[in-house]
Design a protein around this ligand. Sequence first.
Ligand SMILES: Nc1ncnc2c1ncn2[C@@H]1O[C@H](COP(=O)(O)OP(=O)(O)O)[C@@H](O)[C@H]1O
Ligand SMILES: [Mg+2]
Length: 299
Amino acid sequence: MSDQADMLRKIVSMKAGNQKPELKPKDEKITKKARVITITSGKGGVGKTNITINLALTLSKMGLKVVILDADFGLANIDVLFGIIPKYTLLDLIHEEKTIFEVLTDGPDNIKFLSGGSGVEELIRLDRKKLRKFVNSIELLDKLFDVILIDTGAGLSQNVMNFIMAADEVLLVTTPEPTSITDAYALVKMVSRRDRKKPINIIVNKAENSKEAMEIANKLCMVSDKFLSLKLIKIGYILFDENVTKSVKMQKPFVIYNPKCQASKNITEIAEKLFVDKSTEESLGARGFVSRLLSFFGV
Ligand SMILES: Nc1ncnc2c1ncn2[C@@H]1O[C@H](COP(=O)(O)OP(=O)(O)O)[C@@H](O)[C@H]1O
Ligand SMILES: [Mg+2]
């Protein structure tokens, strides 16, 4: 483990732009933290997985190091959309059979992803020693990555709520369908009961035009502010685009399938809004995220 950590420090200091890799004392506090963003929705089938993957690729193009955690345990499908079968899952890490380096799968354009496998519930069964080891290995993600995107299942279950509450910030996806909007609102309501300050960014996906998208985002913001005292952030929208459906059939992310299509333009706007002028100072990082998550699960 310590050999690995030393090697990692070397890699990290090189990546930071230093010519000579600097080795820091072992007990030095790590300050760099990844920004942890959970992508969720009230209703299923609204485009979470597509948004997660294409946002990851766009951020990677912007020079950020990105890892995706597939936490939709029922319907894990990041791998399906990539057309890549991961060799290992989170379970292999939890049971200490594999290291964090081994369980990360290579995606396109330098991004990595980690399949959740059959669930975080496994963590609850671990003893303290194993848990500490697990948290320590997760901490390495802070050093290796700038952004951790977590693709969850549709909201309103306790499991997904825990992922939302543990993350630094949330991307809440809705479509113009009334049921999707009301389910998104129900989710905001649940969050507001636990934390009115949680940064929730609204994305309207599959909109017919920008006017429709903006009207929906405005309405959601207004009711959340008025009735729940929670201020949503309007981060952008993605128009309905046949390139998305076609790219899914080809098992290719749409930003690769057609980088100039409407959906690709829209996801770039969202990525820029999310990362320009925003510092990561307030982020808890991977370790903070996992510690919070475990406390929610009562570990
Ligand atoms: N902007 C869009 N335009 C057209 N189709 C879309 C768009 N976003 C998503 N889709 C389609 O919606 C379906 C569900 O998307 P997916 O990302 O799997 O949703 P979720 O992860 O929320 O269940 C996919 O078949 C995808 O092709
Ligand atoms: Mg999905």
